[in-house]
Every structure is written in C-alpha cells, then in structure tokens.
Design a protein around this ligand. Structure first.
Ligand SMILES: [Cu+2]
Length: 185
C-alpha cells in the first residue's frame, strides 16, 4: 500500500505480522516494488530498482531482519527459491573479477555496500550500483537484468569487501527478483 503525506514525501506501509510505515523523500523515478522474501518464503518488504545517470539505484524497505550490518549484492539469476536462495546463482560478475571493493582483483559488478538493519528489524535504505545499466543498453558488462534476470540478495553477516566469492557474508537470508519495469512516479 502506498500512501502520500503531502508533497515531497511518500510512505510505504507493510502488513507482515506487524504494521510499520517507512517514509522517504520522493525520488524522481522509481521502479515497481517487488517482494523481498525471507528464508521461509514470506514477504518481508519490497525492493525497487531504477536507472539513474550514475548507475542503478535500489530502494529497500523491509521488516523482520536481524539487527546489524549485512552484505547485499546483485546475484546473477532472477530466481529466489527459499530457504537458501541458491537459485539466485553467484554474484553478478560479467567482468570475471574477484569479490570485494577492497580486493585488488575486484570487485564483482554486483557488489554493493553493506546495509544496516535497525534494532527493531527495519531496513529502509537506498544503495547504488555505480556505472550499471538496469535493462538493455551497453553498461558495464551489459545490463543487470539479462536473459536469466537478476536478484538482489541480503546476507546474514557483514561483507568484509575482500574475501572471494562473497565477503564472508554468511547465508542468504532474503531475496528479491528484479523486474525490468521502471515507471516514472
Ligand atoms: Cu551475495
């Protein structure tokens, strides 16, 4: 459900066992919300992805996640089968590089900065994949959403930004299939 509270602010309300509202400044564009699911297959929030001049930006709004710092990456296959989300494949890595922005042989094109889940389990954040193209075009390594799609995956622990292939970020705890739809709102 999407609510608007006056100009310049929009709010999302999730009904997943509890009711929370997350508000954010309105972005000039934003993709269609797609479900973020946990290892039990339950929807715990939503992801939106859209193209910007600097890359692909993701808005993540979720509840019920473990407090703390978590690795998050674009994985190469648009399929989120719980509980382990192995179906999402490895990190999106068209350049055949090693994992981690602090890895001399890295990073993977799908590497993103860690995100922080609040003590109440809420994640409400925006991250950007620099230089990437969401669909079509000729971005770094082609588009994020290619023939087999792509997924955004949140891990159980922080990404150390250097250990191949996944920064010692632990199990995959939430996953969203990215959709090639970007609507102006
Ligand atoms: Cu990952």
């Amino acid at each position: 459900m999407r609510l608007r509270f006056g100009p310049g602010v929009k709010c999302f309300v999730f009904l997943v066992g509890a009711t929370i509202a997350g508000c954010a400044p309105i972005e000039p564009t934003g993709g269609t919300p797609v479900a973020l699911v946990n290892a039990s297959g339950q929807s715990i929030g939503s992801i939106r992805a859209w193209q910007t001049a600097g890359g692909v930006t993701f808005r993540i709004d979720a509840i019920g996640l473990p407090h703390g710092i978590h690795g998050i990456h674009v994985h190469s296959v648009g399929r989120c089968d719980p509980p382990d989300f192995a179906s999402a494949g490895p990190h999106w890595n068209p350049g055949a590089r090693k994992h981690g922005m602090n890895n001399p042989a890295g990073p993977h094109a799908g590497d993103l900065p860690n995100v922080e889940v609040a003590a109440n389990g809420v994640l409400a954040t925006t991250v950007t994949l620099p230089g990437a193209t969401l669909v079509g075009g000729v971005g770094v390594g082609g588009a994020v959403i290619d023939a087999d799609g792509a997924a955004l995956v949140i891990h159980g622990q922080a990404d150390d930004y250097v250990t191949d292939p996944s920064g010692n970020s632990g199990p995959r705890i939430a996953c969203a299939v990215l959709q090639p739809v970007a609507e102006v709102r």
